[in-house]
Design a protein around this ligand. Structure first.
Ligand code: FES
Ligand code: FES
Length: 212
């Protein structure tokens, strides 16, 4: 705490002031405008998107990540929260055909999106071929990373099929092939603490062969 010309600037007041500054991106605002940003009603928003073929209407705090919306509000707990910082890939889901880390994006950024989680890829009776391949090749141990790995793996083969190059592709013009190097590079954002990598690679390679 500091005593500045007769009045005390408490730590709490200083933090509140900093938060208001951050909320408006550093712009100069009148106190009334600043307090508006703290209005609870201004922090929620209606949002609708499709998850695994069903449309869901939600009203969410605008700070809710897509991961928390899926897990906490819609009970799609197949999508896992590992690091919550975009570093492990456990939260990977497919949004409008592209895989993303759902912990790194806000739910309200995806109005009308088509989202696929592990629950939407296959069911116990009708497994997705990639799920079946993971089982055949023993591609998991604790299984915590597995939903993200499988969502990622499905997208990886789709990316290769669509000719999207990666960091290790030899040419930006010729279509990439599902080589071991390509698969390893493209799956590098999905961390497995159990170290089931070689079996995961075998499963994806088998699927790549069957799709070729
Ligand atoms: S939980 Fe999203 S990347 Fe780790
Ligand atoms: S199977 Fe345990 S973290 Fe991957």
């Amino acid at each position: 705490m500091h005593d500045i010309e007769g009045w005390e600037l408490s730590r709490r007041a200083m933090l509140a002031g900093s938060a208001a500054t951050v909320a408006v991106g550093g712009a100069q605002v009148a106190p009334a405008a600043a307090s508006k940003t703290a209005d609870a009603s201004a922090t929620t928003m209606p949002i609708a998107f499709e998850v695994n073929g069903t449309t869901h209407d939600l009203t969410l705090d605008t700070r809710t990540t897509l991961l928390d919306a899926l897990r906490e509000h819609l009970a799609f707990t197949g999508t896992k929260k590992g690091c919550d910082h975009g570093q492990c890939g456990a939260c990977t889901v497919i949004v409008d055909g592209r895989r993303i880390n759902s912990c790194l994006t806000l739910a309200v950024m995806h109005p009308g999106a088509r989202i696929t989680t592990i629950e939407g890829l296959g069911t116990l009776d009708h497994l997705h071929p990639m799920q079946a391949a993971f089982i055949r090749h023993d591609g998991y141990q604790c299984g915590y990373c597995t939903p993200g790995q499988i969502c990622s793996a499905v997208s990886v083969l789709d990316e290769i099929k669509r000719g999207i190059p990666s960091h290790v592709s030899e040419s930006l013009l010729d279509p990439p092939h599902a080589t071991e190097m390509e698969i390893r590079e493209r799956m590098s954002g999905n961390i497995c603490r159990c170290g089931a990598y070689s079996n995961i690679l075998e499963a994806i390679t088998e699927m790549a062969g069957s799709e070729a």
